[in-house]
Design a protein around this ligand. Structure first.
Ligand SMILES: *[C@@H]1O[C@H](CO)[C@@H](O)[C@H](O)[C@H]1NC(C)=O
Length: 557
């Protein structure tokens, strides 16, 4: 009898779904919930805020340590590149979405896959600790605070989706004299909109994406904006060649292959030449010491326009503050400064994980930037802790696909020693390539890293096979934008709509701009048709020439 009960219990335990805690309901968390459901795991998502979207939820006042954006923020990645891999963004949505549109898309995703019922809002995770029997069970004790009441849970796995834009980097100690400065100064996370800064003299410190955006926005109504940067930066623009979105032109398998074959100095020269042909970075005071691929670039279409019209003046790093202004490192001085905004970025931190993941100098030791290598059981993964030359959302989704399969036991991680070797190799490669800075500790290249994770999951598209069986699709996969659908063509959890989504992606890129019909009927003599005719003409010319050669030099035959 006892044995019967026991075996029933065992069976129930096997049958019971594994329970997974997803921490955060932002970009990464939503994808993680969906991946848990796909793998038949039981997710519970804890979200501190009262809405989904994480970073993308605009709020006028944001509590300490919650991510925060400004009212005008428009995303810097385009819709076909940044969507969930089995849920294309509607064709009429603009390519670069305002934050409210990004939220609309997240809501559509959450509703479509019925994710909301797994989310507990206003719930803050206080701590995540190993259970006493962790080495055999792999289970976690999780303490969550909801409405000032603490609750404890036991989970079989943890997906950390809390992001890395919560803890502001506000290095006042590196700015001597700041204590005597009488103006108003704050971190960019507190910046919301430009109204209260009309007519002011403002310094923005930092030329990351927020710094460039805020400087541009303020300069429209300010008396003068100064943009102070230590290193300078290469500036990419959203609107790329022929008006296509930058990322969809940039991130193709063809380019990746080309860049691999060519030396990085050739690639750098080519890219720098392209960027300088729009505006010379040296003339504009922006040229960095370092090559294009050695520093995270900034995306700003407007910055050069505002520099050439004198609304934004580019300055070096600040040496010290005075009571009313600043002295820059080139000893130039600006008086009567009203406002200083520190667009100095964020620090990586996981307060609730205590000693599980240690962060030193903004560096973390995680296998493939996801798994702590020293856990006895692989039941915790960090999602989206990456700074891609690329797009976070699809990378994070793919990470969740892998992590959920590891939790389930379908994929195995290597031994601790091999994981450590891999981590060291990644760190060395990053140090070799990038300017040493806390900003460059979690860099990845979009397609390379996606393929690396996809190989683990078994969903990396097989190009050779595609070229043999579906050349039309293969062509788009290789030469076209590397859209997330590519990772749903084959392998576990493939999506039937993936092929169609790839074949129609160009239509979705163009659709939102078709708001005025333009007659594009081709003139038979247009330049384009000449280009197309060229190879045929060449062949014809060659045949005529060889024919005449044959006629006039019959002996040679
Ligand atoms: C977009 O901006 C974010 C925030 O600054 C940055 O981390 C990301 O790399 C940018 N994306 C691109 C494609 O540059």
């Amino acid at each position: 009898m006892v044995r019967k009960v026991q075996s029933k219990l065992v069976r129930e335990e096997i049958m019971a779904k594994k329970r997974i805690a997803v921490i955060g309901a932002g970009v990464c968390g939503l994808g993680a919930i969906k991946c848990c459901l796909d793998e038949d795991l039981e997710p519970t998502c804890f979200e501190r805020n009262d809405d989904i979207g994480g970073l993308w939820k605009f709020q006028k006042n944001t509590a300490e340590k919650l991510p925060s954006i400004y009212r005008s923020l428009t995303i810097n990645t385009s819709k076909e590149m940044m969507c969930y891999s089995d849920f294309p963004i509607p064709d009429h949505f603009p390519n670069y979405m305002h934050n409210s549109k990004v939220m609309e898309y997240f809501w559509m995703y959450a509703r479509h896959f019925d994710l909301l019922k797994y989310i507990r809002f206003k719930s803050k995770v206080q701590s995540v600790r190993k259970r006493p029997d962790f080495s055999s069970s792999g289970q976690w004790d999780v303490v969550v605070e909801t409405d000032e009441k603490q609750e404890s849970f036991v989970f079989d796995g943890i997906l950390v989706c809390s992001g890395h834009h919560t803890d502001p980097n506000f290095p006042l100690e590196s700015f001597p004299g700041i204590e005597k400065f009488k103006g108003y100064y704050f971190h960019s996370r507190e910046y919301k909109s430009p109204e209260e800064f009309l007519g002011k003299r403002i310094i923005v410190i930092g030329i990351g994406n927020s710094g460039a955006d805020i400087a541009v926005e303020l300069s429209r109504g300010a008396k003068q904006v100064f943009l102070s940067t230590r290193h300078g930066s290469w500036i990419l623009h959203r609107v790329w060649d022929n008006g296509y979105p930058m990322d969809s032109s940039f991130f193709t398998r063809f380019n990746t292959l080309l860049w691999k074959i060519l030396s990085s100095s050739i690639v750098n020269s080519h890219l720098e030449k392209t960027l300088n042909s729009r505006f010379n970075h040296a003339h504009y005071g922006l040229q960095p010491q370092h090559r294009f691929l050695s520093q995270h670039p900034t995306v700003s279409d407007d910055l050069p326009n505002h520099i050439i019209s004198g609304k934004v003046l580019v300055k070096p790093n600040i040496k010290e503050f005075t009571e009313t202004g600043v002295i820059f490192e080139d000893d130039t001085e600006e008086e009567n400064i009203d406002v200083v905004i520190f667009a100095t970025g964020y620090k990586i931190s996981f307060p609730f994980l205590e000693d599980l993941i240690r962060v030193t100098n903004n560096e973390v030791s995680l296998y493939k930037l996801m798994f702590p290598p020293d856990l006895e059981q692989p039941t915790l993964a960090v999602i989206g802790l990456i700074q891609p030359l690329g797009i976070v959302l699809p990378i994070a989704e793919l990470q969740s696909r892998w992590a959920t399969r590891v939790f389930k036991g379908l994929n195995k991680l290597p031994s601790m020693k091999n994981m450590m070797t891999d981590i060291t190799q990644r760190k060395t490669a990053m140090e070799k390539r990038y300017v040493k800075s806390p900003r460059h500790t979690i860099q990845v290249d979009h397609i390379e890293y996606m393929d690396e994770i996809a190989t683990q999951v078994g969903v990396k598209p097989n190009l050779l096979w595609l070229f043999l069986w579906d050349p039309k699709l293969a062509w788009k996969v290789f030469f076209g934008p590397c859209t997330p659908y590519q990772y749903r063509l084959q392998g576990p959890r493939k999506w039937d709509g993936a092929r169609r989504a790839i074949l129609t992606q160009m239509e979705r890129i163009l659709k939102p701009m078709k708001t005025r019909s333009v007659n594009t009927e081709k003139n038979p003599c247009s330049e384009l048709s000449w280009v197309k005719m060229a190879p045929i003409g060449f062949v014809a010319l060659a045949s005529i020439l060889s024919y005449y050669r044959y006629i006039y030099h019959p002996k040679r035959k």
